[in-house]
Structure formats: C-alpha cells, structure tokens
Design a protein around this ligand. Sequence first.
Ligand code: SF4
Ligand code: SF4
Length: 381
Amino acid sequence: MKKVYAKNCYSYDIKELKEAFDQIFNEKNEITNYIKANSKVLIKMNLLMKRKPNQVTTTNPAVLEALLLKLEALNCEVIVADSPGGLYNEKILKELYEICGVKDVVDRFDFASLNYDIRSFRKEAKNSKIVNSIDCIYPCKEVDHIISLCKLKTHAMAVFTGGVKNMFGVIPGLLKAEYHFKMPKIKDFTNLLVDIYETISPSLVIMDAIEAMEGEGPSAGNKKNVNLILASSCGHSLDVKACEIVNINPFKVPTIKRAFERGLINKNIKEIQLIGEELDDIKVLDFKKADIRSFDFFENYIPKFLNEFISNFLKPKPFIIREKCVKCKECMKVCPTKTIDYKNQNININLDNCIRCFCCHELCPIKAIGIKKSFLSKFIK
Ligand code: SF4
Ligand code: SF4
C-alpha cells in the first residue's frame, strides 16, 4: 500500500517546520528509510522563476532549511538545484538562488552547495511511453538520491503541479520549450512528464503546501493557506492526496490520469494511505482551481478528428496586455515556436504558429500576458 504523510504546519517558522519534519519522519530519523546515511543527495526545488518566497511561486526556502537539518544528521553531501523556465546559465542561477531566498539558507550549511554547473547529460528513460532518453541537468548524474521538494500550485495547462510535474525542471533551460513544441497535445506532454518522473525516480517527494498557489497558477495565481507539509516515496500518490486535500478531482489531472492508465498507481485511490492527519480535517474546500486551457476533456466523448477540429476552434489565445508590458522580451526567449516578435516598438504574438503551450503566460515576470477564451468555450465549460 502506498503511503502519504501529512502534517499540519501553520507558518514557515523554522521551529514549527522542524517539529513537522520530526513528526513525519519521527524523531528516530526514519528518513533513513528513503535516504541512506553518507550518501550524495540532490534536492530539486521548484524555482520556476525569480520570485521572492512570499510570492508563493517557488518552494519556500524555510522548508529547504528544515530538510537540510534532517539530512545533517545523516552526514550527507547535498546539492540544491533547479533549471528554471527560460535561459539556464550561471548568471541566471545566481540571481534565481538569491531572489528565491535559497542562497541564504544553503550558505549556512557546510555540507550543502548550490548547483552552477550548466552541463547536461542524456539518461536512458525508464518505464517510458513517449521518449527513449531524456536530457537532464548535470547534478542528476552524480547523486545517490534525488528529493523532489515541490510546491502545491494550480496549473492552467496541467490543472495541478506537485511532485511529478516538478521533475520537468531537470530538463535544462530552453530544451523545455523544445519538448513543448514537439508535444503540443496535453496527453503526449503529460505522458512525457510521467516519463521524466519515472526516469529520475526521486527517492522522496516532499511538498511545501503551507502557502499554496490557487487560481491562475503556476505563476499568476494567489496565495492560499493550506497549512501542510506532505511527504511520500511515491510522487503519484502524493499528488493524488494533495489534490483531494485542495478539492481537485485527481481523475481530472492529466499527469495522474496518465499514471492510472499506465498502471503506475491503482485507480482505487482509497488504497493510498494518508498518515498523520485525517483527510476530512485538512480539506480546503474553497481552493480556487485554475481556468483550464487544455481541451482533452472531449477525448472520451467524440471521435478523434472532430476533437482536434473543435479543440482548434475553441482554443484560447494568449495576448499582450500593452499597458503592463515592459518589453523585457522574456516571452520571446521561452516561446517554443518563436512566434512572438518585437516590431514597431511592441511585442506581438502571431497566433498562426502558436501551439498554446502558455509558456509565455507562465514566465512573463509581471503577468503582462493574458489569455482570451472564446465565447463558445466558456459556454461549453
Ligand atoms: S509580455 Fe511580459 S515577458 Fe513579454 S516582453 Fe512584455 S513584460 Fe516581458
Ligand atoms: S505564443 Fe505563448 S502560448 Fe503561443 S507558442 Fe509561444 S509561448 Fe506558447
């Protein structure tokens, strides 16, 4: 039976976090069930973009600190890494770690360091459906264990981002956009996300669900207190429980659906045991979901060719909010089809080549890209 641990934690106060970690792994340090003493560990945080911790876009650094305190006792060597959306170079990583508050924490621990190595390597895929191999950031190569230290957020394309989707960040820099380009359909793309998770296969998944992001996640939503730390050795199971907690139907989350289809977890989700808290006591019933922009929901009801036609017709469109745009051109760098340009002193999107991946919306630092839905799609929803 798969197990997910949950512990209430009402703030990022390190004392309270430490207690939550002690209760999850118990004071005798049961973390050794997942992470061996004297091992080399990569902590893969969610550092999507340069945002301060109180903007709830990234894993809070206080959760990292509590985890490092646990690993300290195991005499581990730790490397903390992520490849954010957009460019991946030393300068960007330096700014990212500083702004996200990660550098301050890591600097306090002798046995931990930040990754500035921007090399990548090719790893043969495991349990995969879509790819035979994946390109990964270099630190994945040299470690005994990987810990996914994710953040609970809604996601406009993938409905929800947690333990499984967090591993997309092991794909270096702009190669992420290339994957979007090659797999514009949500079903293929989320199968890819599951391929990546299975290939990287973290030993442990820990979720910062103290301050989550609701609404227009993963970067343009709002803070919502869920007041929990979750942990599991199975990212699929952890995602199922996290969804149940925030009142998202797990059967509507594409990465979880793919895991069911592929037999990676049992569709009988009652078989996933929640330990530490009672589900009914911790549910957040008024959690605002993302306004979903993928159209897989027709897939079981109408023929495939019609599904494609209707989806194209109904697809929402990204647009530039002129009064907000500061012309930083970040969206141009991350667009997989290079369909955003700068002409006549304006940023423009040519929708003919747009695959509706919404990377531009996700990574615009000041939320200056909106998404317009057709009247018909609103009506259908
Ligand atoms: S839309 Fe956003 S990312 Fe693109 S140029 Fe304007 S501010 Fe920068
Ligand atoms: S314009 Fe935006 S939504 Fe369209 S392909 Fe480029 S990044 Fe994706």
